[in-house]
Design a protein around this ligand. Structure first.
Ligand SMILES: Nc1ncnc2c1ncn2[C@@H]1O[C@H](COP(=O)(O)OP(=O)(O)OP(=O)(O)O)[C@@H](O)[C@H]1O
Length: 246
């Protein structure tokens, strides 16, 4: 299986001198096409830093990222933006829809910015599959938060990007709505063949992925294939024993 996204020796240091924070420390990971991976770790583990850099939204201090065989040109914002818009859809935690645009306008925006013509059949299929067809004429503020996140997922999918990067996409939703959002991401993999990489702090959400990567202190602490809540818990317990006293 070919890798659609790979990161090699990524290090990210924010700030300088005594205030410097090492958010990522020599992280190398590869993601095959058409799979669903979750990055699980506590707050501050470096999950967002990794997703931002993997998606070309932020530059690493050192290391490189390859997306669809293209090495991300971090110094060339224009080329970087082109690669992002052609290959990557982003879902961020909560409420980043444009408030004065309807749900439909929000969903169409990335395609309009690229100057692409909307395929009505595909549009209908996406909004139906995401369960947002009835909400299209509403402004985001009039929709429940869970529905806003569904709209955000539909927006990420519409341009058919090969990769969806979802940074804590279920943040601050209740448990049921959270799992529904993650199920939608699973559907993107199964139905549309997209590659999804999601960060979360939630074990039940992570267990819906095909692969869980455990992050701790800016590094990869372990990996679990075909995870279940129990296998993730066992791995987390083994890690805390290993880093404990003795
Ligand atoms: N812009 C920034 N300036 C300074 N430090 C930052 C910046 N962004 C992140 N950090 C620091 O980098 C480390 C990793 O942060 P990151 O947001 O990647 O963690 P995370 O695992 O995504 O956490 P959370 O689950 O809370 O979002 C943290 O110590 C954080 O405080």
């Amino acid at each position: 299986m070919t890798d659609i996204l790979s990161a090699s020796s990524l290090t990210k240091v924010y700030g300088e001198g005594p205030l410097a924070v090492r958010a990522l420390n020599d992280v190398s990971l590869a993601f095959p096409r058409g799979r669903f991976a979750a990055i699980l770790g506590p707050s501050g583990a470096g999950k967002s830093a990794f997703l931002h850099i993997a998606g070309g939204l932020d530059a690493p201090t050192s290391g490189s990222v390859t997306v669809a065989d293209l090495k991300l040109p971090f110094a060339d914002e224009e080329a970087l933006a082109r690669i992002r818009s052609e290959h990557i859809g982003f879902v961020f935690p909560g409420e980043n829809l444009l408030p004065h645009q309807t749900a439909r306008q929000n969903i169409e925006l990335p395609m309009r910015l690229r100057g692409e013509k909307l395929d009505e059949g595909w549009y209908s299929s996406v909004v139906r599959t995401m369960g947002v067809a009835g909400a299209m004429d509403e402004l985001p503020a009039r929709l429940p938060r869970a529905m806003q996140q569904r709209v955000a997922v539909a927006r990420a999918i519409l341009g058919r990007p090969a990769i969806i990067l979802a940074d804590d996409p279920a943040h601050s939703l209740d448990a049921r709505a959270s799992l529904e959002i993650v199920e939608l991401l699973r559907l993107c993999v199964r139905e549309f063949g997209q590659t999804v990489l999601m960060s979360t702090q939630d074990l039940a959400e992570a267990a819906l992925a095909e692969r869980v990567i455990l992050f701790s202190d800016g590094g990869v602490a372990g990996e679990i294939s075909d995870p279940t809540p129990v296998s993730i818990l066992t791995a987390l317990e083994a890690l805390s024993l290993r880093s404990g006293p003795g």
